[in-house]
Design a protein around this ligand. Sequence first.
Ligand code: TA6
Length: 294
Amino acid sequence: AEGVNGLEKIILREPRGSSAEVYLYGGHVTSWKNEHGEELLFLSSKSFFKPPKPIRGGIPLCFPQFSNLGPLDSHGFARNKFWSIDIDPPALPTNSSSKAYVDLILKPSEEDMKIWPHSYEFRLRVALGPGGDLMLTSRIRNTNSDGKSFTFTFAYHTYFSVSDISEVRVEGLETLDYLDNLQKRERFTEQGDAITFEGPVDKIYLSTPTKIAILDHEKKRTFVVRKDGLPDAVVWNPWDKKAKAMADFGDDEYKYMLCVEAAAIEKPITLKPGEEWRGRQELSAVPSSYCSGQ
Ligand code: TA6
């Protein structure tokens, strides 16, 4: 592990010696490489690595507020915090034989309680599966002693690395309703075939299936997102204008990334003291052959 501005970098490696590995800074996954050592996540070459500024890429954790759906800063504060290694996590029924995993925990400081007056335990397990799959499990428990419930929205803001956004298709969101952040977050219904990209997209798809596929034509590779406890999915590409306006994002980097974010947004989650919520996403990258336009 090595530090960047005091942030310890944690590295997970597949025990059987493949080149699959995952890098984390605190609770933020910044790199996921497959067994050939190919990078599968997008990380901007202009990203900050200085808390409290968020890292531009990898898998930012949006908690306790997605985007500007509340009084907090965009996407809440979990992604900007210092996490600790959780040395004694409650058992998690892992359904995989993954040996390469780390447990992290985030609890609010006195300072934090001024911004969001609740106490919680946010446990994150990041695991690298035998085939190089990346699994993230979030467990959020209300530990308020004042009897108060709290309500939150959540997303794994995953930035996938793609070879050319204009040759990417997303399958699994056809015909679903979505809220369009580029049209006053009004509700629309998606068309009947796979989603392709010719301009800025910022949509919150509602009640989505557990499996979503992102097909990269040039790389002949499909990312598969499997999720549990996360009914919604956000699809975002800033495109050229917004890319230019972001200090921590290269002008043309929108061509090489797509965010598909397993999320719980439409129906915020409310926990009573002692209750725990679990949200899980499993990412895999499989060879695929598809002819774009079919
Ligand atoms: O997930 C999509 C989104 O909410 C977009 O509206 C855009 O704001 C993006 O997140 C990035 O947000 P950030 O606060 O990381 O710049």
